[in-house]
Design a protein around this ligand. Structure first.
Ligand SMILES: Nc1ncnc2c1ncn2[C@@H]1O[C@H](COP(=O)(O)OP(=O)(O)OP(=O)(O)O)[C@@H](O)[C@H]1O
Ligand SMILES: [Mg+2]
Length: 312
């Protein structure tokens, strides 16, 4: 089973306001609400790939109940700890006329240590050999920055494989627990080493350093339209991004993480995994908003994925 952990989920509220203006009254011409947060988005993409996952995390209040019902309605198994605070709502204002995108993101509620412990115990009761646990996105502001480190360490002791997709200190500390797979983008990878990575060769070198130092099975470095690197102890592959019409690149990395988890869970070989990861990410780029792409589109794109070995 694949588990996704979302410690700071969000209701994503997208409104279209043509000619959006600050300091004035704006009228919304269309509105859509989605259950969001990185882990939940990964669960949605796994489902569109034909796989199953269980979404776990922390929810609270009206927005929390909305997310729970949303997942129930689309038949994504879920198991959340409910808290007394209110899950955040992130507002996205799309102005079609001026071609602007404005995000207004809430920080999310603080979560008591006992609630985090309860969730961790729930997770540990369920995972075992063969489980895959995905830790992605931000965490409550009051949570310790080594939370992913501790949870990765704990699921590993149960025999599960951990996948980490986070930024900053969460990533830095989480990596030290030796997750099975990490997927930083090139900026996140640079920040880990306190530098800006300008070229692909340098990114591959840094990724290989991580693989060796922390005994990580695979580091996947996503590089936007420059594609992605897939680095393990023996091999290094550079996959080119597909040339597709860009609707929204938000969440392309999450789609890649979903495809990687699905591939590992279903025992896909290395090259099939690369094709599925790049195709799923490209399909995400082609679709606007937070709706996952269609499997038929992903299958068609898979055949167009090109990559070369930097090291075999
Ligand atoms: N403009 C683009 N055209 C084609 N493919 C793209 C484009 N942008 C991203 N991708 C694909 O998506 C993958 C992941 O993108 P990116 O590196 O932007 O992830 P990310 O920064 O982690 O994104 P997020 O955290 O918002 O999900 C890339 O490796 C690439 O394959
Ligand atoms: Mg990302």
């Amino acid at each position: 089973m694949i588990y996704t952990v979302t410690l700071n989920p969000a209701v994503d509220k997208t409104v279209v306001i043509n000619d959006f203006m600050v300091d004035s009254v704006n009228r919304v011409s269309s509105l859509r609400m989605d259950a969001g947060g990185k882990g939940i988005n990964v669960s949605k993409v796994i489902q569109s790939l034909g796989g199953r996952s269980k979404a776990m995390g922390i929810l609270g209040g009206f927005a929390g109940r909305y997310i729970k019902k949303y997942l129930d309605d689309i038949d994504i198994e879920n198991d959340f700890v409910f808290i007394s605070g209110e899950t955040r709502t992130n507002l996205k204002v799309i102005d079609g006329k001026n071609k602007t995108n404005t995000d207004i993101n809430e920080p999310g509620p603080n979560v008591a240590e006992c609630d985090l412990e309860m969730l961790k115990n729930k997770l540990l009761e369920q995972v075992g050999n063969g489980s895959i646990v995905i830790f992605s996105g931000s965490v409550p502001e009051n949570a310790e920055r080594d939370i992913y480190y501790r949870w990765i360490d704990a699921v590993k002791q149960k025999g599960a494989a951990a996948i980490l997709d986070a930024d900053g200190e969460l990533l830095k500390k989480g990596i030290e627990a030796g997750p099975y797979l990490v997927k930083p983008n090139i900026y996140e990878l640079g920040k880990l080493f306190g530098t800006y990575i300008g070229n692909i060769e340098q990114a591959a070198e840094y990724a290989e350093l991580l693989v060796r130092k922390y005994d990580i099975e695979m580091v996947v470095v996503s590089m936007g339209k420059r594609g992605a690197l897939f680095i393990d102890k023996a091999k290094a592959v550079l996959a080119h991004a597909l040339d597709v019409e860009v609707q929204s690149t938000v969440g392309a990395g999450d789609s890649m993480v979903a495809a990687l988890a699905y591939s590992i869970g279903n025992g896909l070989d290395y090259e099939s995994m690369i094709r599925l990861a790049v195709a799923s990410a490209a399909a995400n780029v082609m679709t606007s908003g937070s709706q996952p792409a269609d499997l038929s589109v992903i299958r068609e794109l898979e055949g167009r994925v090109a990559f070369r070995y930097l090291k075999a």
